[in-house]
Design a binder for this molecule. Sequence first.
Ligand SMILES: Cc1cc2nc3c(=O)[nH]c(=O)nc-3n(C[C@H](O)[C@H](O)[C@H](O)COP(=O)(O)OP(=O)(O)OC[C@H]3O[C@@H](n4cnc5c(N)ncnc54)[C@H](O)[C@@H]3O)c2cc1C
Length: 380
Amino acid sequence: MLYDVAVIGGGPSGAVAAAELARAGVSTVLFERNFDNVKPCGGAIPLGLIEEFNIPAELVEKKLSRMRARSPKGRVIEMRMPNGYVGMVRREKFDSWLRSEAEKAGAVVLEGLVNTIRPSANGFVISTLNDKVPPVEALRIIGADGANSKTADELHFPANELKVIAMQQRFKYTPSIRKFSDIVEIWFDGEVSPDFYGWIFPKADHLAIGTGTEDNKYNIKALQKRFIQKIGITDTPYLDEAAKIPMKPRKSFTAEKSILVGDAAGLVTPANGEGIFFAMRSGKLGARAMIEHLKKNTPLKNYEDEFRKLYAPIFFGLEVLQAMYYRNDRLRESFVAICADDDVQRITFDSYLYKKMIPAPWSTQMKIFSKNIYHLIKGS
Ligand SMILES: Cc1cc2nc3c(=O)[nH]c(=O)nc-3n(C[C@H](O)[C@H](O)[C@H](O)COP(=O)(O)OP(=O)(O)OC[C@H]3O[C@@H](n4cnc5c(N)ncnc54)[C@H](O)[C@@H]3O)c2cc1C
């Protein structure tokens, strides 16, 4: 069977891309290595994503509009989002629902680990390790197979440059940890992460606690252990999970007949490690460019150009923020102090919720700039 498009990877980016293609009448096959995959992930998504992709209410386990930032010295700033919330989803349910939407739209969804992608007269032949799934031919490919993308390797895309390794543990609620059940907590503390941050995310029936650090630099297990000790939790987790987060877009994520989306393309923002939104948006934008390409022979590069035009300022801003404040505890202390400012909170949450850079009035920008300088010099 010859398909128009083969999507490799059935996480958020691939499932959204497959659904978009199938809805437009493009014959689409989606490969997912394991339908029961539990992607290690905090599962925090912004309101804008929930609205844009019509995520059903039952998948959003918690809607949290309160957040705490904690500094290395233990200073705690409590923040509120007056105009929205962070939604908490559980990836095993979320991804499976997204794949079912793709199937409903008409995509053929197959289970199998893709291990080779070979050029063919029409495009590509894709083979999996599942004996029951014969090789499939497709004109075009969308690689949506995550941070360690096999598609990117097989099709010779430039490397994913910066990877963070993140670990998370899940704890069932007990009386001693129930106090964390209705607030997001973020720890900026060198003992928890020397170059990223630690998080406490409440879910319906458990607490997800995790931390991250640049891959191969520090011992992630030791950092996570220290984090749990610092929080004061003595319960035993029922699940340990870890995975890489690619926090820099590849130098190029489009080719003549193929594109990469989501983590495969390296589309996770620095500083906060947010990837679900960018995975789903890139899946949608990539699929739309693919539809145009198949109909009118427009270049696939249009997808990458559009993505960069929309989001490069956000990636750049967060890269600067991480480089400026995540270097040592003195700077982290300053960062948390700045978070106390109402204008900083408003701008941060508005841009987080809908991924729009809304410029603040000049007077506010000057005030924030002065506070930045003050706290950077003072170190608090
Ligand atoms: C510990 C941790 C916490 C995180 N917390 C958050 C958070 O709270 N909020 C947020 O926005 N982001 C978070 N992220 C990032 C987020 O998880 C990713 O950015 C997001 O999952 C990317 O989606 P994706 O579809 O591109 O890739 P993935 O979700 O990685 O999906 C890739 C899919 O491809 C499949 N696959 C892989 N290889 C093959 C193959 N060869 N053949 C077939 N199928 C294959 C996999 O099984 C998987 O289902 C976190 C990441 C980690 C590691």
